[in-house]
Design a protein around this ligand. Structure first.
Ligand code: DI6
Ligand code: FE
Length: 406
């Protein structure tokens, strides 16, 4: 390095996540202009304007939660309690519950109200070392309410130290105004909602829920064509409850990721492998729904499909704000290795957002988004349930406390 670095982290063990854990013990890492400028053995460290002694902590790339519905109003603990007291899902739906209760609450909330409810959830994620967060719309289901959700998502990234990637999920559920007219809603979404939101700069990617209770494969294809015409990348809630050949569809559109995947077929796996589409695994929803069909982890591994792990934070099927717990669940429930789980929350999650050139590993030139941990070895991150060993976080070279008060 020609000039002195801005900041040197020293007395630290690195898990670079390049080639497995990419462990480098007794190391140092230098930051300049918000980027990783150098990393290597502690004794070889370059000069720096300031030094931070990490006290023997481990450092990983900042965690990336690549699939959340974390901006929404209200919660559904009342419905969950009613179900555990014997009410059926149909009873609840007939009384206007389920996803539509979140849609109603979200439509009634202005941007500040959405933020007031969402920031504490985001702060919990950030306290565990998350530095990049994907946030979906999809509880507005009309132009203005979807716009408010996406504006709130953008504001999360301004009010808190986190990089936010927004996803338009207008094709999440059929709004009541369009009951029996799903194709008309898809017309409205493609012709009016998506172009307008994209023009406002609110959309980084486009998602849909391709399912019997969501949108058909043909309807999803129309959403994807509209997205691609605007130059936007696509991803999909695919094969969560049944095989709709959603993985093949999203792979055909060069999609970033196919998410959930409990009912994924070998043809879907092959299509994803060919297209380089990431498999985003969401064990929180599997757990909360008491699903019994597991995603085909061994076949995905065999095919060389990159596997990411995310929280799916949402009020209906995964009210979870711990990415470390999602990693533990992926290992315990589905036999991911701890190394795969950590790659799933760093490098592969970055790839699922199309951001892998910039974040997700500790490499010279990448953004200095880092997490510091009080652990004995990297596997501890997925191992311990309900503990948070995060001792500090670095966003673009700026060190902060793990805990954030909102
Ligand atoms: N799959 C899910 O698990 C969530 N959305 C989706 O497409 C459920 C969303 C909710 O119930 O609020
Ligand atoms: Fe989801």
């Amino acid at each position: 390095m020609s000039e002195a670095a801005d900041l040197l982290f020293t007395n630290v063990h690195l898990a670079t996540m390049v080639d497995g854990y990419g462990e480098l013990r007794d190391a140092a890492l230098a930051v300049k202009d918000g980027r990783i400028a150098w990393l290597g053995p502690r004794g070889d460290a370059p000069a720096a304007l300031a030094e931070h002694d990490c006290g023997g902590a481990w450092m990983t790339p900042g965690l990336v939660d690549c699939h959340t519905h974390i901006v929404h109003a209200g919660n559904r603990s009342n419905e969950w309690e009613a179900r555990l007291n014997g009410a059926s899902y149909e009873d609840i739906a007939r009384q206007g519950g389920g996803i539509m209760s979140t849609v109603r609450a979200t439509r009634e909330a202005d941007v500040e109200a959405l933020l007031a409810q969402s920031l504490p959830r985001v702060a919990r994620l950030l306290s565990e070392g998350v530095t990049t967060l994907e946030i979906k719309s999809g509880y507005g289901l009309e132009l203005d309410a979807e716009a408010r959700m996406l504006r709130a998502a953008r504001l999360v990234g301004e009010r808190l130290p986190v990089r936010v990637a927004t996803t338009f999920l207008g094709a999440h559920a059929l709004p009541p105004e369009f009951a029996g007219r799903a194709d008309d809603y898809v017309d409205e979404l493609c012709a009016r909602m998506l172009p307008q939101l994209a023009q406002e700069g609110l959309v980084d990617a486009v998602d849909a829920f391709c399912e019997r209770i969501g949108f058909s494969n043909a309807q999803t294809a129309r959403v994807f064509e509209a997205a691609r015409a605007l130059g936007l990348p696509v991803k999909l809630h695919a094969e969560q409850l049944s095989d709709q050949q959603g993985a093949e569809l999203v792979a055909r559109h060069g999609g970033l990721s196919a998410d959930h995947l409990e009912y994924l077929s070998q043809a879907g796996i092959d299509a994803m492998a060919r297209a380089g589409t990431v498999a985003v695994l969401l064990p929180g929803a599997y757990y909360f729904l008491r699903e019994t069909v597991q995603p085909p982890i061994a076949a995905l591994r065999e095919a060389g499909v990159a596997m990411a792990v995310a929280t799916d934070c949402n009020p209906g099927t995964s009210p979870m704000t711990s990415l470390l717990l999602a990693m533990n669940m992926a290992c315990t429930l589905w036999r991911l290795t701890p190394r795969e789980a950590l790659a799933g929350a760093t490098s592969h999650a970055a790839r699922a957002l199309g951001l892998h050139a910039d974040i997700g590993t500790l490499e010279v030139g990448k953004r200095a988004d880092l997490a510091l941990w009080d652990i004995a070895r990297p596997a501890d991150l997925a191992y311990a349930m309900g503990s948070n060993p995060c001792r500090g976080v670095v966003n673009g070279g700026v060190l902060r406390q793990a805990h954030i008060a909102v």
